[in-house]
Design a protein around this ligand. Structure first.
Ligand code: FES
Ligand code: FES
Length: 160
């Protein structure tokens, strides 16, 4: 069946049947391969996208049930430029397979942190990011990068 999706600000009529996951539609019909699929069963967070502004595991969401706007990592490129630079400077990725899911999730974390006190931030960030599994980095650099951006949101990228 055909289903209308709004993805990255544009409407698309996609073919989706039954439980076909949003992740597959994004990657195979819309060519948005920035969204990665690792476990394919809701356990790793690699496939995270924004649905209605909240992070969702796109491998577990049937595309035909999506009614709210979808944003993928490609659409967040400008808004995550500082964050991605921090990831690079701090070695917050190695193989990079989890990184799109980390970046999308971190975008939402940073939005939420804008209204929160600095006290307890590191713990909140670490908890929020714990659903996106990384087998390479150990999370210290990921958490540090996000906290740095939360604390210096206007600082030019590449700063210490
Ligand atoms: S690929 Fe979706 S949670 Fe792992
Ligand atoms: S950088 Fe390799 S899994 Fe996270």
């Amino acid at each position: 069946m055909t289903h209308r999706l709004e993805v990255n600000g544009a409407p698309f009529d996609v073919r989706a049947s039954g439980l076909e996951p949003l992740s597959r539609v994004l990657r195979e019909q819309l060519g948005l391969t920035g969204t990665k699929v690792a476990c394919g069963r809701g356990e790793c967070g690699a496939c995270t996208v924004l649905v209605g502004g909240r992070p969702r595991l796109s491998c577990t969401v049937p595309a035909v049930l999506v009614r709210e706007p979808v944003r993928t990592v490609e659409d967040l490129a400008d808004e995550t430029a500082q964050l991605r630079a921090e990831f690079a400077d701090r070695g917050a990725f190695q193989c990079g397979f989890c990184t799109p899911g980390q970046v999308v999730t971190a975008w939402a974390v940073l939005r939420d942190e804008a209204d929160r006190p600095a006290d307890g931030r590191r713990e909140r960030v670490a908890h929020a990011m714990s659903g996106v599994l990384c087998r390479c980095t150990g999370y210290q650099a990921i958490t540090a990068a996000i906290c740095h951006v939360a604390e210096t949101p206007d600082e030019p990228t590449g700063s210490p």
